[in-house]
Design a protein around this ligand. Structure first.
Ligand SMILES: NC(=O)c1ccc[n+]([C@@H]2O[C@H](COP(=O)([O-])OP(=O)(O)OC[C@H]3O[C@@H](n4cnc5c(N)ncnc54)[C@H](OP(=O)(O)O)[C@@H]3O)[C@@H](O)[C@H]2O)c1
Length: 286
């Protein structure tokens, strides 16, 4: 029986990145829809659960993407609401690569630091990737400064991640670009700003004595941290261990491909942040 993936994207154009990755993961057929929201998704889901018998439903799966994580989360909830009894298919949510990229970044960092002893700063912490990086770090005991150019936006994102936890601290990126006070006591910096946004350089970061690991996820020049190459993978610059976007991206792609394959192993998998991170931990050890 053909493996069919239904790509539900909250943006007008369903992500070509997600489409190519799905096809490269060995599916037989991709059905892509853009502008999917909680009002129009149910018939699309019913089309997946009523077309094949229960024992064959594992051959159909759903992927949720798009640039807006909150919309993706709402869509995931609505999709699950439409399931009942055995009438369900497996679902993966990865809006803008948020979960796979964040999981790969955290697993890379964990090779060098203990999360329960970590104070991290996430630059661009309000984007899809940055907020998931913060969520994973904070849920494993790290203290995380979630930064933005706007303190109120940083506060809002901290409350969305977990309004009850003191592990998430809103921070503002200083306009002059001197990050030293922001980084005081931090051993991990993850730059998750928009593509082509440069925040700082490795020379300045070397002045921050506590800093042990720096990960820059931006692959589009100028890179997020000048002096880190996008291909860097655990490269030592002075006392700091550095990763660039492609240095993390290999593991990100491995996780993404693996989980698309896993969707078709059963009809009841839900792959969101914690499940994707758990897979990343296993894959990162191989
Ligand atoms: N390596 C990989 O495998 C991989 C995979 C996926 C994505 N990525 C990269 O990961 C990064 C984060 O992705 P994303 O989708 O979360 O990014 P995003 O939503 O485009 O941007 C993240 C944050 O950057 C901040 N920002 C935007 N313009 C800025 C500017 N001019 N100056 C300073 N800050 C600015 C915004 O925060 P505020 O408005 O709150 O300041 C925004 O929330 C991107 O560079 C993306 O290309 C890498």
């Amino acid at each position: 029986m053909k493996r069919i993936l239904l790509q539900l994207d909250t943006d007008a154009h369903a992500s070509s990145f997600d489409a190519v990755t799905a096809l490269d993961s060995g599916i037989d057929h991709l059905l892509s829809h853009g502008l999917v929201n909680t009002s129009n998704v149910v018939p699309l889901v019913q089309g997946t659960i009523f077309t094949r018998g229960p024992k064959d439903l594992k051959n159909t799966a759903i992927f949720i993407g798009g640039s807006d994580v909150e919309s993706g989360e709402k869509l995931l909830a609505k999709v699950q609401e439409a399931f009942f009894g055995p009438m369900r298919v497996s679902v993966m949510m990865d809006s803008n690569g948020c979960n796979t990229t964040a999981a790969a970044a955290v697993v890379s960092a964990q090779k060098h630091i203990d999360l329960s002893q970590t104070r991290a700063v996430v630059l661009g912490g309000t984007g899809p990737v940055g907020r998931r990086v913060a969520q994973i770090l904070g849920s494993h005991g790290a203290q995380v400064v979630v930064t933005s150019r706007s303190l109120s936006k940083a506060r809002h994102v901290c409350s969305l991640i977990d309004g009850t936890s003191s592990n998430y601290i809103p921070g503002i990126i200083p306009e002059e670009g001197d990050l030293c006070s922001l980084l005081e006591g931090a051993n991990l910096l993850i730059a998750a700003g928009a593509a082509g946004v440069q925040f700082t350089n490795i020379e300045d970061l070397s002045q921050c004595e506590s800093l042990k690991v720096v990960i820059d996820l931006n692959a589009v020049p100028p890179l997020g941290v000048e002096g880190i190459q996008s291909t860097d993978k655990a490269r030592k610059i002075g006392s700091i261990t550095c990763y660039g976007a492609l240095g993390v991206g290999g593991l990100k792609m491995k996780i993404h491909h693996h989980l698309i394959e896993q969707l078709f192993e059963a009809n009841d998998h839900i792959f969101d942040t914690s499940q994707i991170y758990n897979s990343a931990v296993s894959l990162g050890q191989m």
